[in-house]
Write a protein that binds this ligand. Structure first.
Ligand SMILES: Cc1cc2nc3c(=O)[nH]c(=O)nc-3n(C[C@H](O)[C@H](O)[C@H](O)COP(=O)(O)OP(=O)(O)OC[C@H]3O[C@@H](n4cnc5c(N)ncnc54)[C@H](O)[C@@H]3O)c2cc1C
Length: 383
């Protein structure tokens, strides 16, 4: 029997293999990854520096040990180049592999802004262990005592890095064309709560301007902003979002949109090919977070075990790891009918999004109120 082949050794790939093994000890499973396949927690990448972590120390279990524990065939450092759906086989950098069922857990690529300047290639982003190793090496190679780091983007990852780097003693500037932090997730009243606590840590905010160009300068880099001001930095970190890896699926003729389109059984437009994690678009939604991946992996394992299972997502608050001012949010679509209401104020802010039927549809909790996220999630109406 041809194996279940899982492409990708991130949280999605590994959680699925773990869930499959709980239900079937003997199924043949092959895991293919273009990286080392070492198991680590990606959310740790944005708060590892203040803890002095190296890329090696973030590895929880090395790939060979994972393969032994979970009894799968490991093909590490192997890039999948194409999917031949009719023959049910993959073209890889290590030759051809046959599959019975195929799971795409390919993750997402950091979006690269089209920046001008002779140092635009020097802008780094951190999306995996290898990126983190390069990022650390780049920071360590600068000789200045108070190292200056410019972060492009005040979204979740930008804010988390800002908090972490400022706590570790770096001089941080965050640049974003919007008006306040986390503007893609929550309303201004909530986002503004982060301004002072992070500024106290040493973060300088630059809103209302985007980065246009990055050039080499005598002491590092000079960033030109859209308001023509110039900012100097020893390192430039881009945190402007991720784009699902859909190219392999698109070339193979699978239906893709923003992500690889799958139904509630995680099945793509080919009945033997499935997708989950950051690369997938599940019933119209991309959900690039840990909790949805766990739910999807559990559901897919049960589909493979022959159950008529469909993934259902409960309310899943997004937790922003900014210890200077914690945040938990269940976002709502910008055009959702209803209004944000202040439910409490004083130790941060507690906002609820109430729809036209007076039902709670989302919330934004900052500061001390972030601890109430589980309680608030129970009150959410999902109908
Ligand atoms: C800095 C940071 C902080 C985060 N913090 C949080 C948080 O606090 N809470 C939260 O819920 N979420 C957080 N997230 C999001 C969360 O970590 C991701 O949603 C999740 O880890 C994605 O897992 P994945 O397996 O889908 O993708 P990935 O971990 O990216 O794995 C993709 C895998 O596919 C492999 N691959 C890709 N292309 C090929 C190919 N052609 N051939 C072979 N292999 C290939 C890659 O090598 C990799 O092994 C954070 C993300 C980042 C970047």
């Amino acid at each position: 029997m041809k194996p279940i082949v899982v492409l990708g050794s991130g949280l999605a790939g590994y959680t699925l293999v773990r869930e499959l093994r709980k239900l079937d000890r003997d199924a043949a499973i092959t895991l293919v990854s273009r990286d080392s396949g070492d198991y680590y927690s990606k959310p740790m990448l944005s708060n590892a520096l203040a803890q002095g972590k190296t890329a090696e120390s973030l590895v929880i279990t090395v790939a060979a040990e994972m393969a032994k524990q979970l009894n799968f065939t490991l093909l590490q450092h192997t890039e999948v180049l194409g999917i031949e759906r009719e023959r049910k086989q993959l073209q890889t950098s290590a030759g051809v592999i046959a599959y019975g069922r195929l799971v795409l857990a390919l993750g997402a690529d950091p979006i690269r802004l089209p920046l001008q300047g002779d140092a635009s290639d020097a802008v780094v982003s951190v999306n995996d262990l290898a990126d983190y190793a390069k990022f650390r090496a780049a920071i360590e190679s600068t000789t200045r005592v108070a190292k200056q780091i410019a972060i492009i983007g005040a979204g979740l990852i930008g804010c988390e890095f800002a908090n972490d780097l400022a706590s570790a003693g770096y001089v941080v500037t965050v640049i974003d064309p919007t008006a306040y932090p986390l503007s893609g997730l929550m309303p201004e009243q909530a986002g503004q709560q982060l301004l002072a606590p992070l500024a106290e840590l040493g973060v300088t905010w630059r809103f209302g301007a985007a980065v246009k160009a990055v050039n080499k300068s005598s002491s590092g880099y000079a960033l030109t902003l859209t308001d023509d001001s110039i900012l100097h930095a020893d390192l430039v970190l881009s945190a402007v979002g991720l784009r699902p890896r859909i190219e392999l699926a698109r070339k193979a003729g699978l239906t893709v949109n923003r992500g690889i389109v799958v139904d509630a059984q995680l099945r793509s437009s080919d009945t033997d090919i499935f997708a989950l994690g950051d690369c997938a678009e599940i019933e119209g939604r991309t959900l690039p977070y840990v909790l949805p991946i766990m739910h999807a992996a559990r559901a897919l394992a049960r589909v493979f075990a022959g159950e008529d299972m469909r993934v259902e997502f409960p309310a899943m608050p997004v937790v922003v790891k900014t210890p200077a001012h914690p945040v938990a949010v269940v976002p709502v679509a910008r055009d959702a009918p209803g209004a944000w209401q202040v439910m409490a104020n004083g130790h941060g802010i507690k906002l609820g999004f109430v729809d036209t039927q007076n039902q709670l549809r989302g919330f934004a909790l900052t500061g001390a109120y972030a601890a109430e996220r589980s309680e608030m999630a129970k009150q959410l109406s999902t109908k």
